[in-house]
Design a protein around this ligand. Structure first.
Ligand SMILES: Cc1cc2nc3c(=O)[nH]c(=O)nc-3n(C[C@H](O)[C@H](O)[C@H](O)COP(=O)(O)O)c2cc1C
Length: 585
């Protein structure tokens, strides 16, 4: 296909390139190809400026060429901030190429404007079970209602996700397909990114910018079928060993919060990261399923191109705890029964609507979905706890049809004994990082929300960071629920913690929460903000993080002598500066 001299140039280039440069080249070529269908030679598409660093290459525009498009919209749908960060990155790259980019969160987007959009790029993650983030729901539902057309829209979608989930990047895929159904013209192929999304995102940016800088007229762009880039799972999976597993709550508590220490080789993580764990199903449940269906547990069957024994599949691979409605529907078709579409466990389903025989159950195995990973904020610090990763896990108890049930993963982790092996991967959270060592931080983390702040404090202690640290912690009772009390008191004594405020909600007649402690300390809180402090919130999204955010607005209003609109503006500017960070769930 290639003349020998050209092949040699290519091989030399590949050999001398880093992984990031190869990703960039890949994106560059895809962009070139997409826009050059009719050209016999691609010489008119010049190489990017030689000085540009590959990962930050601003565009693949022909040198000296003016962009063919002057205005675009970049809309993002995010839960934890990754898509927003990428939307901003793309906008600044577009700007450097002379293209004005409007960046907007999908929850702020005026849906009536959609029909007017000419160049519309969406960066969206997938959450829940293949769903769009809450902030994108309104937009998502809107585009799924038929009855309108987007004939002038040229678009591209970047999908963020995690290959460990069965419905990888589903929300992005849906948006991509739906915009096409509405008459939009796809000018950049969908790219589906795993959790290490940076390289793929850069490649997509290059394609977007290339498509904009080489478009000759509004209808001269190439529309190609969505060739979806599906990467194999590229995560580094660690096999750790449990060193410690203790319940931090004392006898008499309503809660069980486990501090789990895991040793592993060649660990790489930062304070703020989480680990992803795929829980195992309980042996008793697996045994009951095998007994009920009379399948041979040792039989080897194939599931998604891998061979496993039935026992292994049921124990380690398949979600049997709460089957989603789409799986229940397929089950109903196999057993040929009318089954209401509801979430139900496989065992209950088998008891109420039994399979005819083992062969039919094998068919059922084929429709089940993999167990999804659960993320836990890391509570250790790489500097302070070398070769270890710690997590803080609340055992999740809830009632279903009058019966007390436990969350699959928290229950599995809480029961792990010392010296057992545990597989996990590191889930990076670049949106939740410590600032420079001399900056002050205010950390608000009730309950298990304390986890990343134990990591932050241990890291700041070990690295002798000079910035001040202020912690707000809360739980139900002082005597039974003060998680990491001794360590926190030590940090106060050694001066690592400049200030600590605790709120124990049920130790008095009226409930006291962290936001009340913040309001009691309003003057100092506002002073810290004025001095450039960073605010971090971790823990329950609702109502905790909403109430905490409201308290911060009240503090700014009162002590900054501002109207409520000005207080909102002040907080927005903190968000923009990256000084207001949340990791809530
Ligand atoms: C609770 C939860 C559920 C998730 N569900 C999915 C999923 O079904 N499919 C998928 O591809 N990714 C899933 N993810 C992974 C996210 O899409 C991924 O972490 C992404 O980088 C988040 O981007 P964002 O910060 O813009 O929301 C899930 C993440 C969480 C925390």
């Amino acid at each position: 296909m290639l003349a020998e001299h050209k092949l040699k140039i290519l091989q030399d280039l590949v050999r001398s390139s880093t992984k990031e440069e190869l990703v960039w080249i890949n994106g560059f070529l895809a962009g070139v190809l997409m826009n050059c269908h009719d050209q016999s030679s691609l010489t008119s598409v010049a190489a990017p400026a030689a000085a540009a660093t590959p990962a930050a290459a601003p565009a693949v525009a022909p040198a000296n060429d003016k962009p063919a498009v002057s205005k675009i919209t970049i809309a993002y749908g995010t839960e934890t901030g990754n898509s927003k960060k990428l939307a901003t990155d793309l906008a600044s790259k577009a700007k450097k190429s002379g293209i004005q980019a409007k960046v907007v969160s999908l929850d702020q987007y005026r849906l009536n404007d959609l029909a007017k959009e000419e160049y519309f790029f969406t960066i969206i993650s997938t959450q829940g079970e293949g769903e769009p983030p809450a902030t994108a729901k309104k937009f998502f539902d809107h585009i799924h209602q038929n009855g309108f057309k987007l004939p002038q829209m040229k678009y591209g979608v970047l999908a963020l996700g995690d290959t460990s989930y069965p419905l990888f990047c589903k929300a992005g895929e849906d948006v991509d397909q739906q915009l096409q159904k509405l008459g939009g013209q796809r000018i950049v192929n969908l790219i589906k990114c795993d959790t290490d999304y940076q390289g793929d995102a850069e490649s997509w940016f290059s394609q977007v910018l290339h498509s904009l800088t080489t478009t000759t007229s509004s209808n001269g762009t190439a529309s190609v079928g969505a060739v979806v880039t599906k990467k194999p799972a590229g995560k580094k999976v660690y096999t750790g060993n449990i060193l410690t597993n203790i319940n931090l709550n004392d006898r008499g508590s309503n809660k069980q919060t486990h501090h789990i220490e895991i040793a592993a080789d060649e660990l790489e993580y930062h304070p703020g990261d989480s680990i992803g764990i795929i829980p195992e199903n309980a042996s008793a449940v697996v045994d009951s399923i095998i007994a009920l269906t009379r399948i041979d547990g040792k039989k080897t069957v194939s599931f998604r191109n891998e061979s496993h024994t039935v026992i292994e599949l049921l124990k380690k691979k398949l979600n049997i705890a709460y089957l989603p409605e789409r799986v229940v529907k397929q089950y109903a078709a196999i057993v040929k029964q009318d089954i209401p579409e509801t979430k139900i466990s496989l065992l209950d389903l088998l008891k109420i609507y039994p399979v005819n025989n083992a062969a039919q159950f094998e068919e059922v195995l084929g429709i089940l979905e993999p167990i999804t990973p659960r993320l836990y904020s890391i509570s250790s610090s790489p500097q302070a706890h070398d070769g270890e990763v710690h997590i803080t896990v609340a055992r999740d108890n809830f009632k279903m049809n009058g019966e007390v049930k436990h969350g699959l993963c928290s229950n599995y982790l809480a029961d792990l004994s010392v010296d057992t092996a545990l597989e996990f991967y590191v889930h990076k959270n670049n949106q939740f990082r410590l600032p420079a060592p001399e900056k002050d931080v205010i950390m608000i983390g009730p309950g298990t929300g304390i986890a990343p702040f134990r990591s932050f404090l241990a890291e700041r202690d070990a690295s002798a960071a000079t910035g001040r640290n202020w912690l707000f912690f809360g739980d139900q009772h002082f005597t039974t629920d003060f998680l990491y009390q001794t360590e926190i008191q030590n940090w106060v004594q050694t001066g690592v913690l400049t200030k600590v405020n605790v709120a124990f909600s049920r130790d008095q007649a009226s409930k006291i929460y962290v936001q009340h402690k913040m309001l009691e300390n309003s003057a100092a809180f506002y002073e810290w903000l004025q001095d450039g402090a960073y605010i971090y919130i971790c823990g329950a999204k609702d109502p905790m993080s909403t109430d905490v955010e409201y308290a911060i607005l009240q503090i700014i209003e009162r002590f900054g002598n501002k109207t409520s609109a000005q207080a909102i503006e002040y907080l927005d500017s903190l968000k923009e500066e990256g000084r207001f960070l949340k990791d809530v769930y």
